[in-house]
Write a new protein. Structure first.
Length: 427
């Protein structure tokens, strides 16, 4: 423990010295050049203690997990991240190897969140290879760090489609590092991943997910206006370990979830295919920044009878795979007020787990459609106070709305709104 503490102090001291270098001066540039001949290590992290209130005891929630049966308010440590980053600089060639280890600690225990290495090609300064445990290259919100994101949590859609965001795999990236390269605003990521991610302790089939993203990095379309955008593609699936596969079909005027129990289903791949597009537009002004964000995702998801989330293990016995068409989106409006320290946020998102059915068809006798097929929308209202570079206050209210169904307990809007008060300490 003492050894780790001493190393940490050394890391922080080195980073402090680097931060003191004034690279606008010739001497500073010279000192920076000396430092760049040696390996660099950076230590960073943040902790997010928070208090939450829910409309009812035992509310089901995507804001840090469901509330306990007899609980409608709680203190919790949402995240406690420590990140160690190492970069090796090849002499006269720039960065050549990067290594990152990040873990998350809370009252629930310690979990690995990132553990990956990256090799950078320096001849053309265009390509890199990343391997290990890292964020899937899909969606803007999924790749926006929890310490930087304005809303306390990612939307319901993001959490269901790719729970915990990360997976084991390898990825090739195209991203010009030369400032004058004609394609310097373009970034392309493409890789293969196990599939289960951190939702399972190990890969449970040989099928791999292919995920790619092509992005326009923030591009100045005017003096104080920047635009960024991207398209994402996810082509994956799950090994069907039983013969039972359920899909929604039309039977006369009704929509029903029907089982296909052909023996040939066993061993096939149940699909997970997503298509996404996102854009971000920023306007700079005296008070700070106004930003608009939007993302739309649609496709095919394989889940279980009671959840749209992919299962954490192969099914057995009479359990079946449920294949549903889905869509979802989110929209952000971020507005600084008074100065850059104060920010208001409005966020609207929805996730329709089964686009083939309407609310009143869910729970109808004989349709075999349960709560896993319900469409949800959430209106989030937030105030963020950036006290210093190291301290942030978030006050956030999520108004959650579910579509009305014929299912007992969901014939009206469930009382599951959540208020969050969070402090974030960062170093």
């Amino acid at each position: 423990m003492l050894f780790i503490l001493l190393i940490s102090v050394g890391f922080c001291k080195a980073q402090f010295l680097m931060d003191m270098v004034d690279t606008t001066k010739d001497m500073g540039k010279g000192i920076l050049g000396i430092y760049q001949k040696f390996d660099r290590v950076k230590l960073s992290g943040y902790v997010q203690p928070q208090w939450q209130w829910a409309q009812e005891k035992g509310a089901k929630s995507f804001n840090g997990g469901d509330f306990g049966t007899n609980v409608n308010n709680r203190f919790m440590l949402r995240r406690g991240r420590v990140r160690i980053e190492y970069i090796h600089f090849a002499e006269k060639k720039g960065p050549s190897v990067q290594f990152v280890f990040q873990f998350d600690g809370s009252e629930k225990g310690f979990f690995t969140r990132d553990f990956w290495g990256r090799i950078m090609e320096n001849k053309y300064q265009l390509f890199s290879l990343t391997a290990g445990l890292f964020a899937r290259p899909f969606s803007y919100e999924l790749n926006l760090g929890s310490g930087d994101r304005e809303s306390p949590e990612r939307g319901r859609m993001s959490q269901i489609l790719t729970k915990v965001e990360r997976d084991l795999g390898a990825m090739v990236s195209f991203e010009p590092r030369k400032k004058d390269h004609p394609l310097r605003y373009l970034k392309i990521d493409a890789g293969f991943f196990n599939g289960p991610g951190l939702n399972a302790i190990a890969d449970f089939d040989s099928h791999k997910d292919f995920i790619s993203r092509i992005a326009l990095k923030p591009y100045p379309i005017a003096k104080k206006i920047t635009l960024s955008a991207a398209a994402s593609y996810f082509n994956g699936g799950l090994l069907q370990s039983t013969k039972y596969v359920y899909e929604t079909i039309s039977v006369g005027a009704d929509k029903k979830m029907i089982v296909d129990s052909a023996l040939s289903n066993n061993g096939k791949i149940a699909p997970r295919k997503y298509y996404g597009a996102d854009a971000q537009l920023k306007f700079e002004h005296k008070a700070g920044v106004t930003e608009l964000r939007a993302e739309f995702v649609f496709g095919t998801q394989t889940g279980t009878e009671n959840s749209s989330e992919p299962p954490a293990a192969l099914l057995a016995g009479t359990d079946g795979y449920y294949i549903r068409k889905f869509n979802g989106a989110y929209f952000y409006l971020l507005q600084n007020i008074f100065n850059p320290h104060h920010q208001l946020c409005i966020k609207y998102d929805w996730f329709d787990a089964n686009t083939k059915v309407k609310g009143d068809e869910i729970g109808k006798a004989g349709n075999n459609l349960n709560a896993a097929n319900i469409k949800y929308s959430t209106l989030g209202l937030g105030y963020i106070y950036y006290v210093t570079e190291n301290l942030k206050l978030v006050l956030w209210y999520d108004k959650v709305h579910n579509e009305k169904t014929s299912l007992p307990g969901y014939t009206g809007d469930v009382k599951d709104d959540v208020f969050t008060c969070r402090l974030q300490f960062r170093f």
